[in-house]
Write a protein that binds this ligand. Structure first.
Ligand code: HEM
Length: 933
């Protein structure tokens, strides 16, 4: 009887699925989608998923008609799924009560599946190592697929390395003894079998095919077809791009004063900027603090000695490139005499090429550059990445396990002290004189001062807590082990100051990685799918979100079964959707066993740097408040230029860290969009450059640096990353906007500006311009991009990548960044966790101590603490950065009582479900910031 019923039900569902009328309903679509099964991972780059679901049924099932309509746009589909936006995206009524089958569940699960597919494809198609391993990655080695390789001769220490003999010299190299105990200064021996991976001065990798890099070299016919002779280092002119496409419009030039504000930091000053709804200025400086840990092209704050011109020489007029007249220069406000030091290049000899299965490859990019810091998330900006930077890291002579913090007389809150200032004997670039002494001091801001001081305090608090425990239980096992004698217990009393310093570094680095992953990123990408996905990266879905984990597991089973490259089996199983990446395999015997480089040694790609050029986040003026004198009142408007380099340090001490944290916590940061770069950064004085102006336009420099380092231009960049190409500047206009809205008119104006700056050309449909993608009908993408042969088309291919991602106006709900930037993060944010032994199989007491593990897992020494109210529907732990602030700046406690995520503007009412409203919370009604939009 039961079976009969089941057959009848299946038959009915099949009828529903195949009946055209029924398929227009959500139920019909869901059944048809379910019967259609999962998609496979494509064999070819040109068959990628592009963030667009395969058919209408899938779209309708996951997001109703809105998602069906969205399929015709270039932008990823999941943003239109049920519950993936704000409250209005949630389905109501009886259907929402259907549990797993409810539209909201289907929407969220669908979005997470799309994201996971993206990650799988990115890992399959976007790894290009520049250190010499790429040929084996393609060809494989001794019958093993390249993607399954786990060690590389190029990652051996060279003969002249001081640790050469210790790791095995000429024989098999394997790190051992002291070299595997902690994070090493230069980042060697994180991977025990590949000592050099991620260490200082290794080449930046790429995420795009090598022959698409350095497009202005015109390396092959496809590239020549794509750009003809339209691009170069200064073409289109970078300063003209900056002035026309990046400048913040001002309602009062006097009140802004080019970002210099008014005398005595008067609150009458005002520099207009477009503000992000749900992210504060702390978030801007946090990410600057992070990037200094991850990558740097500069060595001790400089490049080569040769100086380069920076443009302000030509512009397009009526689609014709012409030299600028003096009047035009004046009107634009650019400076032809600005100069900048040329980028370091590591290798620029013509790279070798090879052929495999009929396809030709380059062995590396035509030019390479070095990452001058460790690529690991090891807090190297605090602790150092080579001997020179380490000399700036001052230890406390009274307890060398601690960092030196000095009491400062006269500041408002100084119990825990501030970092000491660089002394003349310290290694430094002259422009750093007077700043705090830290490993990475370049482009020093009051925000960097803030985070460096906070984490130096946190370091010392950990050491103090450990010392206290050691005093109470000197004979107890600390958890720590020396791999040279792994069976020997190390008691609390036996832990040396050196070891404790290094344990504290491990703990602080892991805390920072956790804050970034579960607190900064969830606020940057403020919606439910991303909340789940980023938490999954850290702690997995299995425990807290079993239904999403189960859905993903089904896909992974499917992929394993049908994988067309059998040698890759096991590759997908690395996906840590169940247990999470953090701590992966830390119960195995092998302390290196949880690491996965996916066949390509880890370093950040050049393209990653590009998407972190987040200068629009910085306001021109900081709205300064005081904790003990009504935080709702803005007391001063302090120009950011007054808080740079040595003045950052003076300002921090003069006004006190609590007030700065409060001020930056309450103020919104700048939206990542065109026409929103800080004025002061366009006119930044850089005394170390002995140029006629002594100034640079930093946003113009962003463009120049990307061109020097061969980042593909925007449209090919998207194609390479598995996103849909655009076909005209009008594609940047948000399809969500009503036809007659003011916002739409403004976006049309901006599309016009792009056209003015980048121009148009008469297209030739016989010219193929990419091999990365095909048109919908499987034909080759040609110069006309869907337009009629011989018609005038926008030079969308020439748009600089930074300009392109800033121009994207259609974004998933709550996304402060664009989907193009996000695509780069999906790949690299996972990889820097997967590749790091100390975040996977070596996250264990043998390295971190018992106290260290607890500190990281429980956000401090005193156990997990929960918020009293649900946050966006979730029971939520008090966030890790809030706990750090409560410990390091206790005065902030009353203000932090209202804060759930430290990167969300502190006095904002967060609403019920991923609200982006700009409305004061209770008690902050008088805050003038809420009087503005
Ligand atoms: C007041 C604040 C800031 C100042 C004065 C500043 C200044 C600069 C300058 C002068 C450069 C050019 C270095 C060169 O290539 O010669 C640069 C590069 C860069 N900045 Fe900023 N910056 C600020 C804030 C930020 C923030 C908030 C971010 C956010 C992530 C950021 C991210 C970057 C990145 C990714 C680079 C490229 C680094 C590299 O090539 O290795 N900056 N910045």
């Amino acid at each position: 009887m039961k079976r009969k019923f089941l057959y009848a039900l299946i038959a009915a569902l099949v009828v529903v699925a195949v009946s055209a009328a029924a398929r227009k309903t959500q139920l019909g679509s869901c059944v048809a989608y379910a019967l259609g099964g999962f998609r496979d991972v494509p064999a070819q780059r040109s068959e990628r998923f592009l963030g667009k679901v395969a058919d209408e049924d899938t779209a309708r099932c996951r997001g109703g008609e809105a998602a069906v309509k969205w399929r015709s746009t270039p932008w990823v589909d999941w943003q239109k799924y049920w519950a993936a936006g704000g409250d209005e995206s949630r389905a109501r009524g009886w259907a929402s009560q259907l549990g797993l089958l409810s539209p909201n569940r289907r929407g969220i699960d669908g979005a997470i599946l799309d994201l996971e597919y993206q990650r799988i494809e990115l890992l399959k198609f976007n790894l290009f190592d520049n250190a010499g391993t790429f040929e084996e990655y393609i060809r494989g080695r001794n019958g093993m697929a390249g993607r399954t390789l786990k060690s590389w001769p190029q990652m051996r220490l060279p003969k002249d390395h001081p640790a050469y003999t210790s790791v095995g010299g000429d024989g098999t190299q394997k790190c051992a003894g002291e070299l595997v105990r902690f994070r090493n200064l230069t980042g060697i021996c994180n991977d025990i079998a590949n000592p050099l991976i991620g260490s200082t001065d290794q080449p930046f990798a790429r995420n795009v095919e090598f022959d698409t890099t350095f497009p202005d070299l015109g390396l092959n016919e496809t590239v020549q077809n794509r750009h003809r002779d339209r691009i170069g280092l200064l073409k289109p002119d970078p300063q003209v791009i900056s002035r026309k496409l990046f400048t913040r419009a001002q309602s009062s030039a006097r009140k802004c004063n080019d970002g210099q504000g008014l005398p005595e930091y008067s609150t009458e000053a005002n520099c207009d900027y477009q503000k992000a709804a749900s992210l504060n200025v702390l978030a801007a400086f946090w990410i600057q603090f992070m990037t200094h840990d991850w990558f740097s092209h500069l060595d001790e704050g400089h490049n080569q000695s040769e100086l380069l011109a920076m443009g302000c020489s030509a512009q397009r007029v009526n689609n014709d490139e012409r030299l600028l007249t003096p009047d035009e220069i004046k009107q634009l406000g650019c400076r032809p005499d600005d100069r900048i030091d040329k980028s370091y290049i590591a290798e620029d000899a013509t790279p070798k090429s090879f052929t495999h299965e009929g396809k030709q490859y380059l062995t590396r990019a035509p030019k390479t550059t070095l990452n001058r810091v460790t690529a690991w998330w090891d807090a190297s900006q605090i602790y150092g990445y080579n001997e020179t930077s380490q000399r700036r890291v001052k230890r406390d002579p009274r307890d060398p396990a601690k960092l030196l913090l000095e009491p400062f007389e006269g500041s408002v809150q100084d119990q825990m002290g501030y970092l000491p200032v660089l002394e003349p004997a310290d290694p430094m670039n002259p422009q750093w004189a007077g700043q705090e002494s830290v490993a990475f001091p370049d482009n020093w801001t009051v925000g960097l001062s803030l985070f460096h001081n906070i984490f130096a305090r946190e370091h010392n608090l950990f050491v103090a807590a450990f010392r206290k425990q050691a005093q109470a239980t000197p004979e107890m096992d600390s958890g720590l082990r020396n791999p040279a004698a792994p069976e020997a217990v190390i008691k609390y009393k036996e832990v040396t100051a050196h070891d404790l310093f290094e344990v504290a570094r491990l703990v602080v680095s892991a805390e920072i990685a956790k804050i970034h992953t579960v607190e900064w990123t969830t606020q940057l990408l403020y919606n439910e799918p991303l909340y789940l996905a980023t938490n999954a990266n850290w702690s997995g879905l299995a425990g807290k979100y079993p239904t999403v984990a189960a859905a993903l597991e089904k896909v992974l089973q499917h992929l394993r079964k049908f994988d067309n490259d059998k040698k890759n089996v096991g590759w997908y199983s690395a996906f840590a959707t169940g247990p999470g990446i953090f701590g992966l395999a830390n119960d195995n015997k092998d302390i290196n066993g949880g690491v996965n480089h996916f066949g390509s040694p880890f370093n950040f790609p050049e393209e990653f740097v590009t998407v972190y050029r987040l200068h629009p986040m910085v306001p021109d003026l900081i709205e300064f408040r005081e904790l003990h004198r009504d935080p709702n009142v803005i007391r001063y408007k302090i120009p950011v230029t007054e808080t740079l380099r040595a003045r950052a340090t003076q300002m921090m001490r003069r006004y006190g860290i609590a007030n700065w944290t409060l001020s930056m916590g309450r103020q919104r940061l700048g939206k990542l969009t065109l026409l929103n770069h800080p004025r002061f950064l366009q006119n930044l004085s850089v005394p170390r450059l002995k140029s006629a102006t002594g100034k640079i336009d930093v946003p113009a420099l962003d463009i120049i640096r990307d061109r020097e380092r061969g980042v593909p231009r925007y449209n090919e960049f998207r194609r390479q990353y598995g996103l849909k190409q655009l076909t005209s500047f009008d594609d940047f206009i948000d399809p969500n906007l009503p036809k007659d809205s003011r916002e739409r008119a403004e976006q049309q104006r901006i599309a016009g500006l792009l056209r003015e700056v980048y121009g148009q050309h008469k297209c030739d449909a016989s010219k193929r311009i990419t091999t990365a993608q095909l048109n919908g009908n499987k034909s080759q993408v040609n110069d006309c991009l869907d337009h009629l042969d011989g018609s005038m088309v926008d030079n969308i291919e020439d748009v600089d990548t930074v300009v392109g991602w800033l121009a994207e106006s259609a974004r998933p709900h709550g996304f402060a960044i664009s989907e193009t930037q996000f695509q780069v993060f999906i790949l690299n944010a996972s990889r820097r966790l997967f590749s790091d032994r100390f975040f996977t199989s070596s996250f264990r007491p043998e390295f971190y101590t018992y106290l260290g593990i607890k500190w990281v897992n429980e956000n401090g020494p005193d156990g997990i603490k929960m918020e009293t109210k649900k946050v966006n529907g979730h029971e939520t732990e008090i966030s890790p950065l809030k706990r750090v602030l409560l410990r390091t700046i206790p005065d902030l406690a009353p203000e932090l009582e209202h804060v759930v995520n430290v990167f969300d503007p502190w006095a904002r009412d967060r609403g019920e479900y991923y609200s982006l409203q700009w409305k004061p919370r209770k008690g902050a009604e008088s805050d003038v910031a809420f009087k503005e939009r």
